[in-house]
Design a protein. Structure first.
Length: 94
């Protein structure tokens, strides 16, 4: 019984590691290709300044935008910035 449990545990760890690697690869591909869409990348400075004011870190702001864009590939960059601002404001209220 113990060898079977050990084999199942090892298999679970291997599958978990493979899924993590695949996720990292897809995020890297998304960053390199710009999301695979031809959406306009221009965002009004007012929105970017608002996001930077909320995060106080430009790197964090960009990572938030990239993550939202990764989860919503059909949306524009402007929408992603607006969603990041909305999410930050919502989380601060609660």
């Amino acid at each position: 019984m113990a060898p079977i449990l050990l084999a199942v545990a090892v298999l679970a760890v291997v599958l978990w590691q493979m899924s993590r690697r695949q996720r990292r690869r897809s995020i890297r591909f998304f960053k390199e290709t710009g999301g695979g869409t031809n959406r306009p990348q221009r965002v009004p400075p007012r929105l970017m300044n608002e996001l930077h004011r909320l995060t106080r870190d430009r790197g964090l702001s960009e990572r938030l935008i990239e993550r939202i864009a990764f989860n919503n590939p059909e949306r524009s960059r402007r929408w992603c910035v607006e969603k990041a601002i909305y999410d930050l404001q919502r989380d601060r209220r609660s």
